[in-house]
Design a protein around this ligand. Structure first.
Ligand code: SF4
Ligand code: SF4
Length: 132
């Protein structure tokens, strides 16, 4: 579930408000989104993926993190690199390696760019006539 909006990182672009499928955020008076309906969060990570400032942290939990959890502590998630880490892992953001390249894998990636000269044997070979 969404746990943290970092006011110090947020650039008040409203993207997270727009992409959230369950309308979890309200725009705060200062432009920084407020987690207004945390219970509606479905932990889809879309807000964190789209945030251009790595200002959001979605904990990989189906319920709010318990009181006192380090996952609700902005200093902790910042120092441990968790803040915005989902976006980093999928490779979104300037200078990052697109996560799709890792997900697909180098073999399939090459195969799609340079198909093999001859298709695999099982798709082209004609069955030999049966010997009687
Ligand atoms: S994780 Fe998904 S549902 Fe939860 S606040 Fe972000 S965009 Fe909305
Ligand atoms: S997407 Fe990130 S920078 Fe933009 S308003 Fe939301 S938290 Fe702030």
């Amino acid at each position: 579930m969404i746990e943290i909006v970092s006011a110090s990182r947020c650039v008040t672009c409203d993207v997270c408000i727009a992409v959230c499928p369950t309308n979890v955020f309200d725009r705060g008076a200062d432009g920084v989104p407020v987690i207004a309906r945390q219970g509606d969060c479905q932990t889809c990570f879309m807000c964190e993926a789209h945030c251009p400032a790595d200002a959001l942290f979605v904990a990989p939990l189906t319920h709010p993190a318990p009181p006192g959890s380090p996952l609700t502590d902005e200093q902790h998630v910042t120092e441990t690199g968790l803040l915005g880490s989902y976006r980093k892992e999928i490779g979104w953001g300037r200078g990052r390696k697109p996560g799709a390249r890792v997900a697909i894998g180098p073999q399939l990636g090459r195969a799609r760019v340079t198909p093999p000269a001859t298709p695999p044997a099982e798709t082209t070979s004609t069955p030999a006539p049966l010997k009687t």
